[in-house]
Design a binder for this molecule. Sequence first.
Ligand code: PGA
Length: 255
Amino acid sequence: MSNRPTLVVANRKMHGNLPENQHFMQTLLQHTARHLARYAVCPPHPYLFQAQQLLQQSHIAWGAQNMSRYERGAYTGSVSPSMLREFGCTYVIIGHSERRQRGHDNDETCGERFEAALKAGLTPILCIGETLDEYEQGETDVVVSRQLNPVISHVGIQALSQGVIAYEPVWAIGTGKAASPQHVQAILSFVRGHIALLNPKVSEDITLLYGGSVQSHNAAQLLSLPDVDGSLVGGASLQVEEFLRITDIANAVAA
Ligand code: PGA
């Protein structure tokens, strides 16, 4: 057993509205009041103020799904790190594959975003993971190293532990087909080992999540893997009852 806390993050993607978010957050608040596991909710940007209103001074954190790597300027449609801080965000998701695939992010800009998040006092959740093709070619190790290295060169190995890394195989996201526990453990153990070569303490301390079709029927197996410290949950966070079942499992693992 590690001393790392268990963290479950709801990535609500482009879903929700004011009444539905309110129901989700209030139900989650009540249900997890005595839990040992930690939780965060990442709604779309316009709802961060609502998250702040409902979750402030509670045990649940909130965060954004993306942010600009710049602090200010002529970047129409973008949101800066300090704006997220102003709305009380603790976390920001960086480099989700749904943004990488549409050309909004690459390994280099993820390094810049990770650095900008830390500078603003946010905890970046860096998403890494291979495509189906890369998985089938057995290239996962190469891909995740390629995605991690620019971040390490931007912030340095010491600062990496102030962030969170989420391993999310692209082929497992939103497909209902989670990666096997063997694959998840092998890759996260590889990631921890890769970090340990540079700094063993950072590799011990850093929070590593798995994401990709985590649901209540597979959460117990995935969350109890030795190198998995929690999960980034997309689809299963859209139904509050299903998400609560995952929180109960996370809490049992954390205890
Ligand atoms: P999923 O999404 O749980 O729906 O697979 C996870 C994610 O995209 O973070």
